[in-house]
Write a protein that binds this ligand. Structure first.
Ligand SMILES: Nc1nc2c(ncn2[C@@H]2O[C@H](COP(=O)(O)OP(=O)(O)OP(=O)(O)O)[C@@H](O)[C@H]2O)c(=O)[nH]1
Ligand SMILES: [Mg+2]
Length: 244
């Protein structure tokens, strides 16, 4: 059987079987998965896999191979020890059309270097990046506006949205329609909040901005592929924290 990896940790992955509704909890069969490159982690949301169902438990299975990836959105991983450059990279998401680089005018503070890094990661993978400035209900400093305009000047599409007020959501819908997108940005920029706004009922846990340090609390710890059902042709939004 074939299916789509929705999420997973080192050993167990949730796979949506093609043509079926329910998900299957799959382990990797054997020590090394056929088709996997030497990344720090074997599989990521968006990967397409071949798997076998467990005869005794219909909701469990074994992944036997990985279908060739169209692209891989990765980040350097300090935990990696391999001599191979790829061995120290973590794959965050596979087979994505858009990388949404999420930022904020403040709370947490605007960090253009963080956006630079996400843009490089996306460009390196051949994935189209789009800058999404969430919390546009908060005031913008002129210096922040100027840096955002620089990104526009060098050719990057930039949206301003607010998951709190719903501002800009129409433009975001138009951007996401029919595409599979990876959502990335520092803790507290509102990745989970944005998905809760896009997917009514998703109920993803959100965190508070730590007042003393003015940053997020790393509330979400696992990437997952989430379908946006009311836009029937939207394949999914991937959500992942990136902690540099
Ligand atoms: N003012 C304002 N606050 C927002 C908006 N979106 C999210 N927030 C707040 O920002 C805080 C962090 O939001 P989260 O959605 O948990 O952020 P996250 O990016 O998922 O954070 P991690 O899971 O830690 O990576 C919460 O207190 C949200 O209520 C917005 O559009 N405007
Ligand atoms: Mg989150």
């Amino acid at each position: 059987m074939t299916g789509l990896v929705l999420r997973g940790s080192k050993n167990v992955f949730t796979v949506q079987a093609d043509g079926e509704d329910g998900a299957v909890e799959c382990r990797i069969k054997g020590k090394i998965l056929k088709g996997v490159e030497t990344y720090y982690n074997p599989l990521a949301p968006g990967d397409r896999v071949v798997f076998e169902r467990d005869g005794a438990h219909k909701e469990r299975g074994f992944i036997t191979s990985l279908e060739k990836r169209r692209n891989a959105f990765t980040r350097a991983n300090q935990k990696g020890r391999g001599r191979n450059r790829l061995a120290s990279s973590q794959i965050l998401a596979a087979n994505v059309d858009l990388a949404l680089c999420l930022t904020t005018p403040s709370s947490p503070p605007f960090r253009p270097r963080f956006i630079d890094r996400l843009l490089v990661q996306a460009e390196y993978a051949g994935i189209t990046p789009v800058i999404v400035c969430n919390k546009c209900d908060l005031p913008y400093d002129e210096a922040v506006m100027e840096r955002l305009r620089d990104f526009v000047r060098i050719g990057y599409q930039t949206l301003h949205v607010s998951s709190l007020t719903g501002a800009g959501m129409g433009a975001l819908h138009d951007l996401l329609r029919g595409k599979c997108s990876a959502l990335a940005g520092q803790s507290g920029v509102g990745k989970s909040s944005l998905i809760n706004t896009l997917v009514p009922g998703a109920d993803i846990r959100t965190g508070r901005i730590n007042e003393k340090y003015d940053r997020g609390n790393h509330t979400t710890t696992m990437a997952s592929l989430i379908e946006v059902p009311f836009l029937s042709d939207v394949k999914g939004v991937m959500q992942k924290n990136i902690h540099h």
